[in-house]
Design a protein. Structure first.
Length: 123
């Protein structure tokens, strides 16, 4: 039987992966133009980096290394929020779609931040 902690990690990893897939689809539907291309490139890097850093943490050489990967994932999540908000507020995308993605990445970043605090022994 799978522990609650193990189930949570599995669900969290699926959620992060699903978020990256949603962002990929979102970027594919951006309007054509220089601004959308540049911000889309930044957004794809930051949003996919969240999950990549979490996966990298699994093979970390030390607990400090593990914590660093989570810290980088949090930074990428915060950067992702910025790019999504820029697209939304510049009227390049439908606000409702951008807000849904911003809400999801905010929830993911809250989980990552909480985990990072726990890893650093501050909670």
């Amino acid at each position: 039987m799978q522990s609650d902690k193990s189930k949570f990690k599995e669900e969290f990893n699926k959620r992060v992966y699903g978020f990256a897939i949603e962002v990929i689809d979102f970027i594919e539907h951006l309007p054509k133009g220089q601004v959308s291309t540049i911000i889309g490139d930044q957004l794809i890097r930051s949003s996919t980096s969240i999950g990549a850093n979490i996966i990298e943490a699994k093979s970390a050489a030390s607990s400090k290394d593990y914590t660093n990967f989570f810290t980088h994932a949090l930074k990428s999540a915060n950067e992702t929020k910025y790019w999504l908000a820029l697209l939304r507020d510049s009227n390049k995308v439908e606000k409702g779609v951008a807000n849904k993605l911003i809400q999801e990445v905010t929830e993911l970043s809250n989980i990552i931040a909480s985990s990072t605090l726990t890893l650093k022994g501050k909670r």
